[in-house]
Design a protein around this ligand. Structure first.
Ligand code: CA
Length: 433
């Protein structure tokens, strides 16, 4: 949902490099609260105009012809001519949206830099002020939706810096641009029709319906379909106003997290230590086991935080075996439904922890470990394929298949099999000529 990353392919890369399945990404966009916002590690270190751009599909219709077809479809779905014509008055495609849509940044930010920004002292301070300021709403929201205030405020902080940055672009114009000639036209078209529905219901005017270039809106950065399924009027003025009402925004986000399985009072995750000679191949998001079984396998938990021994958890190594290790529980999965990025979910969890005054991480990040760039990730996938592994297509996205291939290669070398791609691994795959 973060406008800066939504629809960003590199975000998916990062995501993937964190060993996530990318169910919320563009291929399956119906589920997440926002369109695939990406993370962290995939954030470009260069301005969007610099990275190599994928070729744009050439639209077969003029924009006016396309708009006319869309108008017929919208009216057939019950949108009034007045709503449609007001929303589209003066609307033309926005080239900046297409540039953002096709951007494939070469460089990614390390997860520790992303997390440092997400939990910066100013963000923690502002979040604690919001916890106090919104105390009454947060208590009522907790009673209704069962989402703990600190983590709900952490989502708010990640999405819009507590309502400060929501995106300034016309949602109708952005989505019209993407539906007309973007990379995922059908998805954008369904969001555009959902946005027209919001306008027709009168929750917000077209002029005030602002958001990210990808159509993520308001303080929660909901895409229009998520808005229609989960936005709530909590302040009782009759409108679901996630742009201007913090109570509506917080309740809407809580509604979504609650529907995604958030369990009140349970931790999202715990930092853990791993015994010497631990089998790092166990650290895979698909490998979920009861807490007590992890403890038998050599995961050292200093405080189980009231969790029962049968609480299901996965072991997460966001920067490989050299960095911090976490057991992540059901609430982590609930955060991933909001935004399917491991880095994002970690950021929400750690920011929420800081808002509650919990201790910072104990383990150090491998600061000397460079992130692979996009061309290096593609080279890695090509080299793995050439050596008989099956990393999937060489698209620069480190997904489940690439991770498994990396793991298999690491095991063949007798290395720690954490599935985390490094420069050393790439060099081992590509011996100097
Ligand atoms: Ca309201």
């Amino acid at each position: 949902m973060q406008q800066r990353h939504t629809f960003n392919r590199s975000a998916r890369t990062l995501l993937a490099s964190l060993a996530l399945l990318c169910s919320a990404c563009a291929e399956q966009p119906a589920n997440p609260a926002a369109a695939a916002s990406p993370p962290a590690m995939a954030v470009s270190s260069q301005p969007p105009s610099q990275p190599a751009a994928a070729p744009q599909p050439q639209p077969a219709l003029s924009f006016a012809e396309w708009r006319s077809q869309l108008r017929s479809e919208a009216l057939a779905q019950g949108i009034s001519a007045q709503t449609f014509d007001q929303a589209f008055a003066g609307i033309t495609p926005d080239p900046s949206v297409l540039r953002a849509d096709s951007s494939q940044p070469e460089f990614a930010r390390p997860v520790w830099e992303y997390l440092a920004g997400a939990t910066s002292p100013v963000r923690v301070r502002n979040g604690q002020a919001k916890l106090a300021q919104e105390q009454a709403s947060l208590a009522a929201i907790h009673r209704q939706f069962g989402v703990d205030a600190a983590y709900l405020v952490a989502v708010w902080g990640m999405e819009s810096s507590y309502g400060q940055f929501m995106g300034e672009q016309s949602v109708i114009r952005s989505l019209a641009t993407l539906a007309y000639s973007g990379r995922r036209q059908q998805f954008a078209r369904s969001q555009l029709l959902a946005a027209l529905n919001i306008l027709q219901r009168g929750d917000i005017s077209a002029a005030r319906m602002r958001g990210s270039w990808a159509g993520a809106m308001g303080q929660t950065q909901f895409i229009p379909t998520t808005y229609n399924s989960h936005a709530v009027d909590f302040d009782g003025d009759g409108r679901r106003d996630i742009w201007n009402s913090s109570a509506d925004a917080l309740a809407s986000a809580a509604h979504y997290l609650g529907a995604s399985g958030w369990q009140s009072g349970q931790p999202w995750g715990l930092e853990v230590r791993l015994e010497h000679n631990f089998d790092y191949a166990l650290a895979d998001p698909d490998n979920r086991r009861p807490l007590r079984e992890w403890q038998h396998l050599g995961v050292q938990v200093s405080d189980v935080a009231g969790l029962p021994g049968d609480a299901q958890a996965a072991l997460l190594l966001p920067a490989g075996y050299r960095g911090p290790a976490f057991l992540v529980f059901d609430n982590f999965r609930a955060i991933l439904k909001y935004n399917n990025s491991t880095a994002y979910a970690l950021a929400v969890g750690l920011l929420g922890d800081r808002l509650l005054g919990k201790a910072p991480l104990q383990a150090a990040w491998p600061l000397d470990e460079p992130m692979l760039g996009r061309s290096q990730r593609i080279a890695l996938q090509q080299a793995l394929s050439e050596q008989g592994y099956d990393p999937g297509p060489a698209d620069g996205i480190i997904g489940a298949n690439t991770r498994k291939a990396v793991r298999a290669f690491q095991q063949a070398q007798g290395w720690p099999a954490d599935g985390y791609p490094t420069i050393k691994l790439l060099q081992q795959l590509q011996p100097a000529p």
